[in-house]
Write a protein that binds this ligand. Structure first.
Ligand code: B12
Ligand code: SF4
Length: 479
């Protein structure tokens, strides 16, 4: 569940507003990315208790009933690009009560493509970027019966036309984490996540927000362009505030913690030392974190290892081809820095996870095998491959549109769906086959490659062989 919901609901409750919550996660939309990765062997399959998902067709009716009962003044929606597709579908079928609530949308998609969001006939307002201050002001003004047309960060439809208000400066670290998250609505199923074949209560926590890099497939590049001149993009959380956040998660029963920082080792050495010292003494739960290969130094890895708790470090490798890394992804790193980062993690006996992608614009099969060979060489504990998708606002989207690789009106996809790119050295089926057999190519000896290729190119006819090879890839011999 989105952190934004807990943050914005805390502000609303503080102002004395009644808050209701409608959860779209537990309707049976389609297979999740996690389930897909269990089938491909990238994740160890979990014997999950069958989550009772509700039929998708009921979602609009359930929301209509809840809205009729609550009769809210505001219908506030948070949505990334995928979730905005869902919002559109839902709004076609939902019955809004009369008088109609003000419909306001915020989150990643409203930030990177406000024109599309405000163009929706049922959207009355949207929030670009950080919502805390704008949301507070909106609630205060509506409660006082005042005009809401000129609130900073909001775009508002008024009888006189659309008001696109200027951006507020980005919040300081102190402001950013000042509101304690309201976990009152969080369904237990959001907290139970599969890890290494078991379901575990996993708490998500931030020590920093933002990222200092500019990868051309990543939404952070779009955010930085939007917020240029508005203040510091990379912010580190005040230490005591972070401790309080962790203690709240422990109180909720967390069995492991996941740092949601996008590049954790960007925090300064002294702060990392303070965090590790405290975490290793007081918290001692398994920890998942992610960072960039170049940020991995021996001093930082040693600090993390000295905590003496199980740690998994995820690193974005993305590709084993220097051309793809530099010319397409704008990731100016050497393959040796990737090799060195994994060697350090393994020297200190930390678990490692390598994220890779395939289906980049202009990528060839040979380049995908450069990725596969690099992963075989660096031997991460886990590695997962995603399919490139050009989200709105990222530089590679423009690149794809200009060259006719995409039209620009395709629906948003998850990273396990098929490639939408046209006129590429590899077709969507080849990319799908390579992603499906990625674990096999990266884990099993090369003598298996002919059999793996049979599964890659003819999945339907070779399901049994595929299943056997996936199981083999999990055998102790290859792990
Ligand atoms: C943690 C995280 C996850 C977690 C948890 C997701 C969740 N639902 O919370 C997990 C691992 C599950 C996840 C999964 C995915 N993620 Co993710 N994730 C993030 C990450 C790192 C942080 C999000 C976060 O909690 N931020 C803190 C909150 C407080 O910020 P916020 O949501 O932006 O909300 C603020 C404002 O936007 C605004 N706001 C938000 N909503 C509203 C509503 C109103 C009414 C108002 C007024 C204001 C407002 O106010 C809030 C407070 O300031 C972001 C990176 C990023 N830079 O955003 C990527 C990010 C959101 N994820 C991304 C992607 C691609 C995915 C996946 C599709 C990956 C996949 N598996 O294929 C999935 C999709 C999941 C889904 N349900 O759709 C992309 C989204 C791209 C896009 N255009 O949509 C991002 C931006 C990463 C990136 N750098 O490209 N993700
Ligand atoms: S390092 Fe990661 S979070 Fe930072 S810009 Fe690149 S992909 Fe995005």
């Amino acid at each position: 569940m989105a952190l934004a919901v807990g943050t914005l609901s805390a502000i609303a409750r503080e102002l004395g507003c009644a808050v209701g919550y409608f959860e779209t996660s537990f309707y049976d939309k389609s297979r999740t990315a996690t389930e897909d990765r269990e089938e491909t062997g990238e994740f160890r399959p979990v014997d999950r208790r069958k989550e009772a998902l509700l039929p998708y067709g009921r979602m609009a009716e359930d929301l209509s009933v809840q809205l009729a009962a609550l009769r809210p003044d505001i219908l506030a929606v948070t949505a990334n690009s995928l979730e905005f597709e869902l919002f559109r579908e839902l709004m076609e079928a939902v019955r809004l009560p009369e008088p109609r609530p003000l419909v306001i949308v915020g989150g990643v998609h409203a930030t990177i493509d406000p024109e599309e969001v405000i163009g929706h006939p049922l959207v009355d307002a949207l929030c670009v970027g950080e919502g805390e201050a704008a949301w507070r002001e909106l609630l205060q003004r509506m409660s006082a019966g005042q005009d809401i047309a000129d609130i900073g960060n909001l775009w508002v439809k008024t009888p006189g036309g659309l008001r696109k208000n200027p951006l507020r400066p980005l919040m300081t670290s102190e402001e950013l984490w000042a509101t304690p998250v309201d976990y009152g609505f969080y369904d237990e199923r959001h907290l139970m996540k599969p890890f290494d074949g078991k379901m575990c209560h996993r708490g998500l926590i931030e020590l920093s927000r933002g990222c200092p890099f500019n990868c051309h497939y990543c939404v952070n590049s779009a955010f930085k362009a939007i917020f240029r001149g508005q203040g510091k993009f990379f912010r580190v959380r005040p230490f005591e505030n972070m401790q309080q956040g962790v203690r709240t998660l422990l109180g909720l029963g967390a069995e492991m913690l996941q740092l949601q920082d996008e590049c954790f080792f960007s925090v300064r050495q002294d702060l990392l030392a303070r965090f590790c010292d405290w975490y290793g003494r007081e918290v001692r739960l398994p920890l998942l974190l992610q960072t960039r290969p170049e940020s991995v130094t021996e001093d930082k890895v040693r600090l993390v290892a000295q905590m003496g708790v199980p740690v998994q470090v995820s690193l974005g490798v993305e590709s084993g081809s220097l051309r793809i890394l530099k010319e397409i992804c704008n990731r100016h790193m050497s393959l040796d820095s990737i090799r060195g980062a994994f060697a350090l993690l393994h020297k200190y006996q930390l678990r490692s996870n390598a994220y890779t992608m395939c289906g980049f614009p202009t990528e060839t099969r040979t380049e995908v095998f450069e990725t596969i060979r690099l992963i075989r060489e660096i031997k991460p504990t886990v590695s997962i491959m995603s399919v490139f998708y050009p989200f709105k606002g990222v530089p590679l989207r423009q690149y794809c549109v200009e060259r006719g690789y995409i039209r620009g009106d395709e629906k948003a996809r998850t990273f396990t769906d098929e490639s939408i790119l046209q006129n590429q050295p590899m077709g969507a089926d080849e990319i799908k086959g390579l992603r499906r057999t990625y674990r096999l190519y990266t884990k099993l000896p090369e003598s298996y490659f002919p059999e793996i290729e049979r599964c890659e190119r003819g999945f339907a006819a070779n399901r049994e062989l595929y299943q056997r090879l996936v199981e083999l890839s999990w055998s102790p011999e290859f792990n």
